[in-house]
Design a protein around this ligand. Sequence first.
Ligand code: CMC
Length: 395
Amino acid sequence: TGKFTYDPGFLSTAACQSKITYIDGDKGELLYRGYPIEQLATKCDFLETCYLILNGELPNETQRKDFVGRVTQHTMVHEQMQFFLRGFRRDAHPMAILTGLVGAMSAFYHDSTDINNPTHREISAIRLIAKMPTLVAMAYKYTIGQPFVYPRNDLSYSANFMRMMFAVPAEEYKVNEVLVRALDRIFILHADHEQNASTSTVRLCGSSGTNPFAAIAAGVACLWGPAHGGANEACLNMLEDLQAQGGVAKVGEFMEQVKDKNSGVRLMGFGHRVYKNFDPRAKLMQETCKEVLAELGLENDPLFKLAMALEKIALEDDYFVSRKLYPNVDYYSGIVQRALGIPTALFTGIFALARTVGWIAQWNEMLSDPEYKIGRPRQLFSGYAARDVKPIAQR
Ligand code: CMC
């Protein structure tokens, strides 16, 4: 391949050094800053995890309080954002709205635009983590035609988000701690995943020195695609379609389709590019799924039963076993989100909200690296050699 290594899809190119997230796909291991995801998901909340991802260490009590205080101070968005939002059609996809809103934040915060100043970078990180829930909830309320709900800073990060999503005027909104904890866990499990497509997008975009909100908007745009953040939406659609066609009774027939290479049908929520043993996030999500369905009295939820039936067959079937295909995080997160009342079209927005901390931490790490350069992939040129422009009459 001449001067350059040709590596489509970057299957074997490391574009950066990073100390943030470690994945061992064969062992099914995921560590944020050295801490196993299982421990973070059961012993910490999302904001502690954000602090860890951003700063490299878990906070002590004083640091935790200070961080929570700084995040809550920034949960409001500028009132003018509402006018911008109202310019969208009501039936716009929430990810279209979110890409626009996050990009628009770059037009509001002119006091922290020096990307070479660590204090400016930090304030942008806090603003993004604080405002994402407000923006996602606003995008949702707008598409269903309900009034926006302003943030309440006496509530936890996840409880405040649930309230902004589901509270309606003149009715008291009661926070359900089991559901809040489930949502918080979804956020923890999606907070970072090293150099995936959207994170690499944020790094590449940010490497030109662009405004941080613009770089994160690029990450949101990348995440939107069905091969990335859109998979949980696809998984839930698959379960709903199968349910409509007869549910558990049709599982065998459906599996035959999945195994038929010519059908083009995949078992969504199964398989992973990196995890070839199991996805540790899927195990945690399955537990959460059971807790949420029990709390809501939905143990007999037909979609959950269907998911369990499909999983059982797949885990015993040679097609899946021989290809090392196991459930990934999205297999269960869609069912949990649906039970929480989150509409399918918003699943990727929830993922974006959670991944924002990972994006901004990776962006910050890149800018702090003395070896950092603008990203500029090379190409293998396969077009014409030099040729002459002919007069238009001869073309
Ligand atoms: N259902 C049926 N067969 C599958 C599936 C599936 N879900 N996934 C992979 N295979 C087969 C595939 O046909 C191939 O078979 P063969 O070797 O006979 O040609 C083999 O398994 C390897 O698949 P691949 O597509 O080469 O593997 P990959 O590493 O390129 O793809 C994947 C990984 C996640 C894109 C793929 O497993 C998939 O499409 N899964 C369904 C979509 C999904 O759930 N995506 C969410 C990923 S997790 C979210 C995140 O971490 O961001």
